[in-house]
Design a binder for this molecule. Structure first.
Ligand SMILES: NC(=O)c1ccc[n+]([C@@H]2O[C@H](COP(=O)([O-])OP(=O)(O)OC[C@H]3O[C@@H](n4cnc5c(N)ncnc54)[C@H](OP(=O)(O)O)[C@@H]3O)[C@@H](O)[C@H]2O)c1
Length: 252
């Protein structure tokens, strides 16, 4: 086992890693030496591509299907992860959905779909991780969103889920700190991913508006976010917990 690299000897789970930001995070953690569980919900081919790229580059990764809105699936995901790599050190709660709707279109389904994955799934996954990290602790990284604080119009439910992620991060960091478990939130601005493209906002006026207000003048790439997550997962961040890290080219 390679323990000389930044994350050598560590094992990680990245939820929602078949595409987008999660795929870039899984790839980065593996490049830094971690063994990685690439979780997916429906896109098995995407998850297989991520694992193939990691193994072709000399890294270690496996796919595990699990729907993060289902408690039983979450338990199985962690069982399979520990079975594959014998330990767990890093959890990246990335799986998430975003749906935009003005208040007149907000329904119970719209609410529960987003809260069940973005908030409840994150909590239940963190519960599993906290029970399985070893005596040296671990690192949990929650992918929030700039929407948690910028709270744009027609995004009340999504923004609510991501504000909840930041509050949960702060609370769990205090609760789990004595067990050497660090919990941080990463809040990206708009990042060009499969999800953003298919939702239509990738080429929208909303994107142009954001870019015009972004000091660094562009939206993000998944790799921009992955680099920060890999840092937070590593020993270089060993005194950082409970923080919300904005990564948005300066956009608020
Ligand atoms: N892109 C942005 O601009 C942006 C900005 C700020 C924050 N974020 C956050 O970053 C995260 C990733 O966003 P993205 O744009 O990369 O998303 P994406 O391209 O839509 O990909 C979503 C990923 O999440 C997985 N997923 C969805 N529902 C799931 C479930 N129930 N259980 C397990 N996995 C599930 C998908 O798996 P399958 O494809 O296998 O179903 C896929 O791997 C989300 O939490 C999002 O809120 C995104």
């Amino acid at each position: 086992m390679n323990t000389s690299s930044k994350l050598g000897g560590k094992a990680a789970i990245v939820t929602g890693a078949s595409k987008g930001i999660g795929a870039a995070i899984a790839t980065q953690l593996a490049a830094d030496g971690a063994s990685v569980v690439v979780n997916y919900a429906s896109d098995r081919a995407g998850a297989d591509r991520v694992v193939s790229a990691i193994t072709a580059a000399g890294g270690k990764a496996v796919t595990v299907q699990a729907d993060l809105s289902k408690k039983a699936d979450i338990g199985r995901l962690f069982d399979e992860a520990v079975k594959a790599f014998g330990r767990l050190d890093i959890l990246v709660n990335n799986a998430g959905v975003y749906e935009f709707a003005p208040i007149e279109d907000v329904t119970e389904e719209h609410f529960h779909r987003q809260f069940n994955i973005n908030v409840l799934g994150l909590l239940l996954a963190t519960r599993q991780a906290a029970a399985r990290f070893g005596p040296e602790g671990g690192s949990v990284i929650n992918i929030g969103s700039i929407a948690g604080t910028s709270a744009p119009p027609a995004a009340s439910v999504y923004s609510g889920t991501k504000a909840a992620v930041n509050a949960i991060t702060r609370s769990l960091a205090q609760e789990l700190g004595p067990r050497k478990i660090r919990v941080n939130a990463v809040n990206p601005g708009m990042v060009i991913t499969e999800g953003v493209v298919s939702s239509g906002i990738g080429e929208s006026d909303f994107r142009k508006q954001i870019e015009s207000q972004t000091p660094l003048g562009r939206i993000g790439q998944p790799e921009d976010v992955a680099a920060l997550v890999a840092f937070l997962a590593s020993g270089e961040a060993s005194w950082i917990t409970g923080e919300t890290h904005h990564i948005s080219g300066g956009y608020r």
